[in-house]
Every structure is written in structure tokens, then in C-alpha cells.
Design a protein around this ligand. Structure first.
Ligand code: DGL
Length: 458
């Protein structure tokens, strides 16, 4: 499996002025090198590591990281000289000595990037991708006692850069892994769009008969406080030891470092920008918890492995012309005409409350009904979800709900907006519009629960 060019992920962009750039290159220096800044006027010398200039701040001031760890900005003048002291030590890959125990269950680890596969460059302060995925195994040596791990370096990207093409590559890699007699698959992934990828794989993979466990970390594994160690160890445990036959997400269950939640891929959402327990099960219980001793506590229903499992296949066609829209006060539904003019096949509305969009506004141009009706009459599909995230939408309780529903919006039970988006890409990529409309509100892989498993939330 060809890996993307991992080196390109370490590009550091310096925003210094032309004069400063020339002085740096005349001294044969570059960002990350140890330099001395000598002031001919005062005779003063300052030693430090040359840091990249960020987009903000004076491009004529040189940023040095001092031996104290603090960064200082020093105004560059033609009275100043830059002297190179030593070049930056290149990040060298040290192949970890991994004890392979063939007797253990085989787990294929598909590496895609994200923070879990990154390190903090203490020279520049930036976070960059590891040069080799095996470094990740080296960071968590206890993995060798849990499973016989085969690393599959697929890509090294941030998850905000994931798209349909990457989802297709990951789905195909999972199918390859099932042909390698893997007991389970772990996918290391950025956290920001992890739940989109989890939903996409949940729909794409047919006859899945092993656990596919997506994990990541909010803090890189070279930081003591990283959540990556427990996340990765727990994910490998689920892949190696559980009888789950679904796509799930495995991340911290709470802010302590004691247990992880294993959440169905179509019922997970990242609910916090930075906390280690950012992922929550929405409108469902987690499938299970795994604690730091490797103990499992199963709490929710899940699809189990069967003996006569068929060969897993991947339906990877995804319709690109599906959009997500948020309804909000004073919103202009004209945007729906834009998508219609661009040939979009479906729109997911993140409605308010039980699934509203403005329908009886004082200013009629703010009512969404006509635009929704026009989009539906042109053969488009409009799915209605709720920006409340928890709970389920309803098309009957209020008159306004009935108005937007009669315009053609399809209320999607307790399905997350992100999941409705992914589901429509999948349905319109593999079925007719008529079939897609019917299947949208039918549960396929646990994305719709007719009765919520939980009545509490968060
Ligand atoms: N750029 C974010 C991503 O790849 C980093 C956050 C993370 O991986 O936790 O999702």
C-alpha cells in the first residue's frame, strides 16, 4: 500500500522579511538551527534556536528560542549579524525493537495520521507527523503483549483534510486486512472528523465480521499527558479480543486515564475541542468500556461475529453533491437555490429543536418552505436533523414542523446530522434516488434507533 509522502508534512513556513531571510541564508542558517545574533553597535550576543515566524508579528524581528525555553523577538537591523553555531538535528527514525508474538491474535493497524501519529517539534513548537508509523508502536510497547500487529501505513494527513477519496482508500484497506485473517483492525486517525470516517466505513463495509476500531488522541504521544497510549492499547485490545463485528470509535470515557468508551461508529460524535473524553455516544449507550487493566464491561447491544462470516466487501461509491446546511434565525434560504443550480442531489438541514427551519417568518423571504419544495420537486432529497444533537426530530408536534415536512423535508428520527450527510452520500452513490429516499429513514447499521437506549445525555 503506497504511503503518501510523509516528509511533506514537516514543511515549516517562515514569514520573515526579505532582508531577514537574506541574512539567514547568508549565514547558511535555517529554522531550527542554533545561531548567535551579534550586535556590532553594542557588542551584545544572543544565542538561541531560530524559530519560524508566524503570520502575526513584525517580519523584521527574529524569533529565538532561548536555552530557558522562552521565545524572544529581536528587532533585526543592519547593525546585527547572524552567525551559525550548529545545524538542527534532523528527526531520525529509530526503528523500535518490537517483540512479535505470532501466537497472539493478528491485528492490522491502518495508519492515516492525526495527532496520535504526531510529535511536538520542541525546536519550532510545531506538531508534525511521525516519519514512520512504527514509531507509534514503539511509543506503546505493551501492544506487543496484546496482539501480533501488522502496520499498514496508508496516509499521513490531518483528519480535516479527509474526504471521500480517503474514505474509499481506508475501506479498501480494511477489506485487504480481512483477507489477511486479521482478528480485528485498528485505524489511527485524527479526531476532528473521526466520526465522519466511522460513519462512512459503517455504511461502506458490507458483511463485516471483525471489529474495526478507530482511535486517535487529543495530545501527541510524546507528551506525558497524552491520551494516545490508553486509546491505542484499548483499541488494540478490542480488535484482538472482542467479538464485535462493527465499526466503532475507541477514545477516553472520562478525563481520568482509567478507561475508554467503545462507541458505535454511527452514534459517536466529537463533543469537545480538546478534552480527552471528547467523544460521546449520542442517543445510545457505548458498546462497551475497556479499562486500563484490559477489562471489558459490555453495556450496549452490538452485532457479534459469526462463524460463517462472508467475505467483507466495500461499496465505495460516494455521491459528492450532498451538502449540509444549518437553519438559524434570519437565515436566507436562497442558499438552497445555489445548491440546486450546482446540481446537488441532497441537502441535510441541521434544524432547530424537533426539526424546524423558519417557515412562518414575518419576512417571507426568510421562509425555507418554498426553497425546500422547489429542491424536492426538482428531484432532490432534503433530510431534516437537529442541531440539538441529542434526542430525535418529529414532523408532527407543531404546525411549523408540518409545514416544512409537507414542503418535502424528511425528518430523520435520532440520526446525527453528520451521519445523515454520510448516509446520503453512500445511498445516492450506490442506489437510485427513489431507493435512497426510502432507505434514508430505515436503519441500516445502527444509525437510527426506534427507541433511544438512554434517556440521559452527556
Ligand atoms: N488536525 C486535527 C485532526 O487531524 C488534530 C486533532 C487530533 O488528531 O486530535 O483531527
Amino acid at each position: 500500500m503506497p504511503a503518501h509522502n510523509l516528509k511533506s508534512m514537516c514543511v515549516i513556513i517562515s514569514m520573515y522579511s526579505k532582508q531577514v531571510e537574506e541574512s539567514i541564508s547568508n549565514a547558511n542558517a535555517s529554522v531550527g538551527d542554533e545561531i548567535e545574533l551579534f550586535d556590532r553597535k553594542t557588542g551584545k550576543k544572543v544565542h538561541g534556536t531560530l524559530m519560524p515566524k508566524t503570520e502575526v508579528g513584525d517580519p523584521n524581528s527574529i524569533v529565538l528560542k532561548l536555552s530557558t525555553g522562552y521565545n524572544v523577538g529581536i528587532k533585526y537591523t543592519d547593525q546585527k549579524e547572524i552567525h551559525l553555531i550548529s545545524k538542527k538535528k534532523e528527526h531520525t527514525f529509530v526503528k523500535p525493537e518490537l517483540k512479535k508474538k505470532r501466537s497472539l491474535p493478528k491485528v492490522v493497524m491502518i495508519y492515516t495520521g492525526g495527532t496520535i501519529g504526531s510529535k511536538v517539534d520542541y525546536v519550532t513548537g510545531g506538531v508534525y507527523m511521525l516519519t514512520k508509523p512504527e514509531e507509534l508502536l514503539g511509543a506503546v510497547p505493551e501492544l506487543a503483549d496484546i496482539a501480533d500487529i501488522e502496520v499498514m501505513p496508508l496516509m499521513s494527513i490531518a483528519s480535516e483534510d479527509m474526504g471521500h477519496e480517503e474514505w474509499k482508500k481506508i475501506a479498501s484497506a480494511v477489506v485487504d486486512a480481512t483477507k489477511m485473517n486479521a482478528h480485528g483492525v485498528v485505524i489511527t486517525h485524527g479526531t476532528d472528523t473521526m466520526h465522519y470516517t466511522a460513519a462512512a466505513l459503517s455504511f461502506m463495509l458490507h458483511d463485516l465480521n471483525i471489529p474495526v476500531v478507530i482511535t486517535g488522541s487529543q495530545r501527541s504521544t510524546d507528551r506525558g499527558s497524552s491520551d494516545g497510549f490508553l486509546n491505542l492499547a484499548s483499541a488494540v485490545r478490542v480488535a484482538a479480543q472482542s467479538d464485535i463485528a462493527e465499526v466503532c470509535i475507541c477514545m477516553h470515557a472520562d478525563s481520568s486515564d482509567l478507561k475508554c468508551s467503545v462507541i458505535r461508529g454511527v452514534k459517536a460524535r466529537k463533543m469537545h475541542t480538546s478534552r480527552r473524553d471528547a467523544f460521546k455516544a449520542i442517543n445510545s449507550l457505548p458498546i462497551c468500556y475497556v479499562d486500563s487493566n484490559g477489562e471489558f464491561e459490555y453495556v450496549g447491544k452490538y452485532r457479534k461475529k459469526t462463524q460463517n462470516g462472508k467475505q467483507t466487501s466495500a461499496f465505495t461509491n460516494m455521491e459528492p453533491k450532498v451538502a449540509m446546511l444549518k437553519a438559524y434565525p434570519n437565515s436566507d434560504p436562497e442558499i438552497i437555490d445555489y445548491y440546486l443550480s450546482k446540481g446537488y442531489k441532497a441537502i441535510v438541514i441541521e434544524g432547530t429543536g424537533l426539526g424546524h427551519a423558519p417557515t412562518s417568518t414575518a419576512d417571507e423571504s426568510h421562509s425555507w418552505s418554498k426553497k425546500v419544495k422547489k429542491f424536492c420537486e426538482a428531484g432532490g432529497i432534503v433530510a431534516m436533523t437537529s442541531q440539538c444533537v441529542y434526542g430525535r426530530v418529529n414532523s408532527m408536534v407543531y404546525r411549523n414542523l408540518r409545514l416544512i415536512s409537507s414542503a418535502g423535508a424528511i425528518h430523520c428520527e435520532d440520526m446525527l446530522a453528520e451521519v445523515a450527510y454520510v448516509k446520503l452520500c453512500y445511498l445516492l452513490g450506490n442506489f437510485s434516488v427513489k431507493q435512497a429516499k426510502e432507505m434514508l429513514v430505515k436503519d441500516i447499521t445502527g444509525e437510527i434507533t426506534l427507541r433511544s437506549e438512554i434517556d440521559s445525555f452527556m
